[in-house]
Design a binder for this molecule. Structure first.
Ligand code: NAD
Ligand code: DAU
Length: 341
């Protein structure tokens, strides 16, 4: 990243994007940020409370598919782009793939095209470990593992990931790609497994485990994802892909049992439901490249991270109550209904 950093953060009102904005404000206070987010159902400005007053931060409600808007923002002297904006929930992609192809593929292409005509010196495409597909009982994903996505979501992310590669090779755009494992932490939308199970446990509702619950995910605290992304932006080599993972593999059923233990709710709340079609059986990340080349390692021990996460949802019940009831949407309509970018 150049010295005078003006970073365009897309999707910065979502789970990881908003955590990244908070992380930057705390750890890289000299970086200036423009947050471009469409505020879909998954974007929540309440995640960014307190940041709005910061003079070096600006929120723009808008679509990454809007090339004119993106070019206008880049012309303000943007030196780096980090693209979080996406449709992200696998189950929704199975139900209705179109929005995933439009935002995740065409939206990324729009950003890439706009970046070609700009002074951007770093473009980090936030991809996912799901592009690799599913692992057997042993081994871990390397950056060289062939891509084999199994859901419309992961196929759309794999397409964007490959577009980033193509724009580096063809146009020499300074693209970097990260492929991270499952995140957990504050501000995660309660349709995803961890916050869904925590909030359902708190409400004493049943906890819907897909199939036998023996699918394995590699969990990483969102703060560690943010520090890894900053390391890639600062020290990564354009054209390279970096895996990011927590080294904390856990079958879903064990994760759910851990959540019940921390929340003090009974195992009888667990309900096995029909499995997700095409459900990936196991993910695991080999962190070797990012740790050797960029000196990054996860710092939040899983036991501490998951306890603090449960505490956060306990202490921020109004935040998820408003989401679960749908009331948080009224806030956007009030704040942004009549505001243009
Ligand atoms: P999220 O669903 O919580 O947030 C996505 C954000 O993007 C929302 O704020 C939404 O309003 C915004 N958005 C959607 N469409 C947009 C558009 N067309 N224009 C502008 N903004 C738009 O997602 P998340 O879990 O924070 O994931 C962020 C990124 O990280 C995604 O690209 C995802 O693929 C990737 N990722 C997520 C995980 C994970 O565990 N959550 C792991 C690895 C990679
Ligand atoms: O690996 C990174 C990916 O992690 C990201 O790219 C995705 O955006 C993010 O959503 C996440 O995908 P998963 O499908 O792994 O996450 P999800 O929280 O939906 O599910 C985690 C596991 O829990 C998965 O095996 C499915 C299971 N599950 C999920 C839900 C919502 C259940 O058993 N019950 C549920 O109700």
């Amino acid at each position: 990243m150049p010295d005078d950093k003006l970073l365009l953060v897309t999707g910065g009102a979502g789970f990881i994007g908003s955590n990244f904005v908070h992380w930057v404000k705390k750890h890289r206070p000299d970086w200036r940020l423009i947050n471009l987010d469409l505020l879909t159902y998954a974007g929540n400005l309440e995640n960014l409370e307190g940041i709005e007053e910061d003079h070096e931060y600006r929120f723009v409600k808008g679509d990454i598919r809007d090339g004119e808007l993106v070019s206008k923002l880049l012309a303000e002297g943007v030196t780096g782009i980090i693209n979080f904006a996406a449709e992200t929930h696998v189950d929704r992609s199975i139900d209705s793939p179109s929005a995933f192809l439009e935002t995740n593929i065409l939206g990324t292409q729009t950003l890439l095209d706009a970046a070609r005509d700009s002074k951007v010196e770093r473009f980090l495409q936030v991809s996912t470990d799901e592009v690799y597909g599913s692992l057997g009982p042993t081994g871990a994903f390397l950056e060289t593992t062939p891509l084999a996505p199994n859901s419309p979501y992961s196929a759309s992310k794999a397409s964007a990931d490959m577009l980033a590669r193509a724009y580096f090779k063809t146009y020499g755009l300074p693209l970097l790609v990260s492929r991270c494992s499952n995140n957990y932490g504050p501000f995660q939308f309660p349709e995803k497994m961890v916050p869904l199970m925590i909030t359902n446990a708190m409400e004493e509702k049943s906890l819907p485990v897909y199939g036998d619950g023996q699918q394995v995910r590699d969990w990483l605290h969102v703060q560690d994802h943010c520090s890894a992304l900053a390391a890639i932006l600062e020290k990564g080599t354009p054209g390279e892909v970096y895996n990011i993972g927590g080294g904390q593999e856990l079958p879903n059923l064990q994760m759910v049992e851990r959540i019940l233990e921390i929340t003090g709710r009974p195992a009888s709340l667990i309900t096995h439901v029909k499995d997700r079609p095409g459900h990936d059986r196991r993910y695991a990340i080999d962190n070797g490249k990012i740790s050797h080349e960029l000196g990054w390692a996860p710092s939040v021990p899983f036991d501490k991270g998951i306890r603090e996460t449960v505490d956060w949802y306990r202490e921020n019940r109004p935040w998820w109550d408003r989401i679960k009831s749908g009331a948080y949407r009224d806030y956007y309509d009030k704040m942004y209904g009549s505001r243009s970018p």
